[in-house]
Design a protein around this ligand. Structure first.
Ligand code: FES
Ligand code: FES
Length: 169
């Protein structure tokens, strides 16, 4: 059987540029987890349906299981490992702790990355499907709609919403 092709390219993750040599069909999620040992982003469905693999590309949230790593050579990629440290948490991480916004924690990195991206979208005035009027106002409906791509099997949703609303204040 012929060997799978491999290509070399750079990838900048959490401010560090890595030089990778991988099969060009490797997803961003697999590069993060299997090649860079950044296992914060989780593989839930591997089909773009659960949000557990969410990371930020130039500040915008994406499902990393749906993206080829090779296509992101010029992007600034931020994973949960790059958002905060245990002694210097990102406000969303701090409020998730404060409000107990997790149970098993499997979906939590994706929830946090998505919330960070989502709060920036709101700050920039992007409407959602439930925005009433022209200026989005962050209430529970807005948070629920905007976070609807992130599933939590434990059902920690009410506390996650509380945490996001607190981080937005
Ligand atoms: S693992 Fe990417 S959306 Fe589920
Ligand atoms: S905290 Fe368990 S799946 Fe969300």
């Amino acid at each position: 059987m012929p060997e799978s092709p491999r290509v070399s390219f750079p990838l900048t993750v959490n401010g560090v540029t890595h030089h990778l040599t991988v099969d060009p069909r490797t997803t961003l999620l697999d590069v993060l987890r299997e090649h860079l040992e950044l296992t914060g982003a989780k593989k839930g469905c591997d089909h773009g349906q659960c949000g557990a693999c969410t990371v930020l590309l130039d500040g915008r949230r994406v499902n990393s299981c749906l993206i080829l790593a090779i296509s992101q050579q010029s992007a600034r990629i931020t994973t949960i490992e790059g958002l905060g440290r245990p002694d210097d948490l990102h406000p969303v991480q701090r409020e998730m702790l404060e409000h107990d916004g997790y149970q098993c924690g499997y979906c939590t990195p994706g929830q946090v990355c998505s919330a960070v991206g989502m709060l920036d979208e709101v700050a920039q005035g992007w409407p959602s499907a439930v925005t009433d009027g022209t200026e989005p106002e962050l209430d529970r409906d807005e948070v629920r709609e905007r976070m609807s791509g992130n599933l939590c099997r434990c059902g920690a949703y009410p506390n996650i919403v509380d945490a996001i609303l607190a981080a937005a204040r």
